[in-house]
Design a protein around this ligand. Structure first.
Ligand code: SDX
Length: 431
């Protein structure tokens, strides 16, 4: 079949330009605008990248209208039900589901890289006692560049793999230490006989003076949350990691940049903002007032955990998390968690309101995840840290994909300049 082309005509010069279409395996293709400036003298303009493909990728596919999410072609619902986070990490990083030998080997590598350099722990003591955990995460993960620089030749595939594995392995240990710092308890060393999530639970909630029994229910719930949060195409933080990495920057520094972007309340910081919002709403009777505020642009208030740039249908992850919420709270005995009840009523009322229906604003992945983390005993300001642990897999998978592309270039967008034209300097006495 001949290559699809788009014909552009410049109304000013009457010039025409044929632009090739880059076809996809599923979903929309993209018009290759590479020649646009050279031939017609125009830039493309798409602030916020609402209709811009920044790259070609084989990792994750989202159909926002249908509410579909595929990791390397596998539906998120099937992975959530049948897989594990470590297996999903292998799938996202290497492209295929591992066989038993590959899975065992990968699991051993990850579990044997969980320890931190003892000197790195000194950083934690330098932060203010009430620093936000995400501020500490940005600092500590960025500092990995100062410790693990034996394998950071980004042109070397083996070095890239070692750095990626180190990041996936060490994030739980770093995050657990961030939490321990906030509560003034001693850091816990990882235990290699535990699972990825079992290790994290023990490092967060265990103490040196007694044995810690991993609750299989919490372990499975955490593993499932991590599967759902592992990757999501070119979201803001992944795009940040790609952009930082495009200059050949150190991989640990690139992931620190991704953590910084994820922290924003419009992105991964929303899970913390949801619980803060539910606490502010306080009671079902106040919901209508907040729904009205969310519809009033002047109020500056948004319903956190609602809406998504891509999903114009239910976020498939939100549906799965909502069910896990029900099961976990029931099994943990707090079936009437007021926050969960409030969240269910808020969802019900919002989804029957014309404003939300018209704008296709549905609950997203952040709407319910915080309720589970809270049920596990974590404070609100640790929720985005948990998101960062899981999303590290997506960040390193995209970084590896980008850096292994021989055609990879530094990302250097242009602009539409609206500032003053050229003018001469005037001395102070003339102003
Ligand atoms: C994540 O990109 C990803 O994939 C992200 C993520 C991932 O896995 O990486 O899925 C994780 O970040 C999920 C999103 C978490 N953020 C929140 O829950 C914060 C609240 N939601 C929003 O601020 C907003 O919906 C965004 C940021 C998520 C999406 O914003 P867009 O696509 O830029 O949409 P927009 O701001 O242009 O809004 C379109 C309309 C506007 O109204 P009109 O101007 O058309 O009248 O919808 C309104 C907005 O005012 N709107 C909301 C709203 N979200 C959008 N109104 C009230 N409450 C909201 N939450």
């Amino acid at each position: 079949m001949s290559e699809k082309k788009l014909i552009l005509k410049d109304p000013g010069s009457g010039k025409e330009l044929e632009l090739p279409v880059k076809e996809s395996t599923i979903g929309p293709g993209a018009v290759d605008l590479g020649k646009l400036y050279r031939k017609l003298g125009y830039f493309s303009y798409d602030p916020g990248f609402l209709a811009t493909a920044s790259c070609a990728s084989r990792i994750t596919y989202i159909d926002g209208e249908a509410g579909t999410l595929l990791y390397r072609g596998y539906p998120i619902e099937q992975l959530a039900e049948k897989s594990t986070f470590i297996e999903v990490a292998y799938l996202l990083m290497y492209g295929e589901l591992p066989d038993q030998e590959q899975l065992t080997s990968f699991q051993n590598i990850i579990l044997h890289h969980t320890m931190l350099n003892e000197n790195l722990k000194k950083f934690y003591g330098g932060f203010y006692h009430d620093a936000h955990p995400m501020a500490v995460m940005v600092g500590v993960v960025g500092s990995l560049s100062a410790f693990y620089h034996d394998s950071t030749d980004v042109e070397n595939p083996r070095h890239r793999e070692i750095s990626a594995q180190r990041l996936v392995a060490k994030m739980p240990t770093i995050a657990a230490a961030v939490y321990k710092r906030t509560i003034g308890e001693p850091f816990m060393y990882p235990r290699n006989e535990l699972s990825y999530c079992g290790n994290l639970l023990r490092m967060m909630f265990g103490v040196p003076c007694e044995e810690y029994e991993v609750d299989p229910l919490m372990e499975r719930a955490l593993d499932l949350l991590f599967i759902l949060h592992a990757d999501h195409e070119q979201n803001a933080s992944t795009a940040t990691v790609r952009q930082a990495g495009s200059s050949g920057a150190d991989p640990f520094a690139c992931v620190a940049a991704g953590i910084a972007s994820l922290w924003g309340p419009a992105h991964g910081g929303a899970n913390e903002a949801v619980l803060d919002m539910l606490a502010e709403i306080g009671d079902v009777k106040n919901i209508p007032k907040y729904i009205e505020m969310a519809k009033d642009k002047e109020s500056g208030f948004r319903l956190m955990g609602f809406g998504h740039r891509v999903y114009k249908n239910y976020d498939p992850r939100a549906k799965i998390i909502r069910d896990v919420c029900h099961q976990l709270l029931n099994k943990m005995g707090n079936t009437h968690d007021p926050m969960f009840e409030l969240a269910l009523r808020l969802e019900e009322i919002a989804l029957s309101d014309e404003y939300f229906i018209e704008r296709k604003l549905y609950p997203n992945v952040d709407f319910y995840s915080g309720i589970i983390y809270r049920a596990m005993g974590l404070p609100n300001n640790m929720f985005t840290v948990m998101f960062a642990i899981a999303r590290t897999v997506g960040w390193v998978a995209h970084w590896m994909e980008m850096m292994s592309d021989p055609a990879q270039k530094i990302g250097r967008p242009r602009q539409v300049y609206l500032g003053p034209g050229k003018r001469d300097y005037t001395g102070l006495d003339q102003r």
